[in-house]
Design a protein around this ligand. Structure first.
Ligand code: CA
Length: 255
């Protein structure tokens, strides 16, 4: 499968800094989005540390096999790529812990992260928090990740609608994040890919403003991926865009 990608990030209308970070590494077939939180500049530090930790680990393990020595316990029930991503998240989390230990200004910082590692016709997805992956296939948009957030829990309980969740004052409350603590739990899944699929990784600054229907409309309409990313960011800003917003888009072609 051949991959084309594009990305864009913006601080949004009511923020003076951008706490989102992302990585596009077509050479590794690795794509990451992280959304940091914490006072002062700590959110930026957190998301950057985790993105760099994930990328560095995936890069260092290009040729890793199950019988080698892994920095974290190898889980034989998961694929090699799933183990790489899971360990990459743990390495990113350790970077956070080290930075928090070295500076009291960074105490309390944390970040979400979502990562996708592609291998032929399948992708491994890993995520913690409320940054998302969507897939557009045959004109239909599907969200592939389940947010670790307070509003998502309320939607599942039937206590909130998707529309109400986007406007809820607690829409930014995540129930899981990378914070440097030892009890990190990463959701991992494998998804099949098809030629023509478009995939979107994004921070909550996008989907708390744009509905899935609006995101789908942009993904179906735009033929140029750079235009597509900028249309998504513009859509979030036009909708009031209070938060940082990041979009990474991929398109897959059979070779
Ligand atoms: Ca955010």
């Amino acid at each position: 499968m051949r991959i084309s990608s594009a990305s864009a990030t913006d601080q949004g209308l009511r923020r003076s800094t951008n706490e989102d970070n992302f990585a596009v590494r077509e050479d590794l077939k690795l794509f990451v989005v992280a959304d940091g939180m914490g006072g002062h500049a700590a959110g930026e530090v957190a998301s950057q540390a985790v993105v760099e930790g994930i990328v560095a680990f995936v890069e260092a393990t290009r040729a890793m096999s199950p019988d080698q020595t892994w920095p974290t316990q190898f889980d034989p029930e998961l694929s090699v790529n799933a183990n790489r991503l899971r360990a990459g998240f743990q390495m990113g989390n350790r970077r956070l812990a080290a930075q928090i230990a070295s500076s009291s200004d960074l105490r309390g910082m944390a970040t979400t992260a979502v990562a996708m590692l592609i291998d032929g016709g399948s992708a491994t997805l890993a995520h913690v928090g409320d940054s998302r992956v969507y897939r557009l296939r045959d004109g239909q948009l599907e969200r592939l990740t389940r947010d670790h957030s307070w509003v998502e829990e309320q939607i599942r309980l039937g206590a909130l609608s998707e529309t109400a969740a986007r406007q809820h004052p607690w829409r930014n409350i995540v129930t899981r994040a990378l914070s440097g603590s030892d009890d990190l739990e990463v959701d991992i899944q494998e998804v099949a890919l098809q030629s023509g699929d478009r995939l979107l990784l994004c921070s909550d600054g996008l989907f708390t403003v744009l509905s899935d229907g609006q995101i789908s409309e942009v993904l179906r309409r735009e033929t140029d991926l750079d235009h597509l990313c900028h249309a998504l960011i513009q859509g979030a800003n036009d909708g009031g865009g209070p938060d940082n917003v990041t979009a990474v888009v991929l398109e897959l072609y059979a070779v």
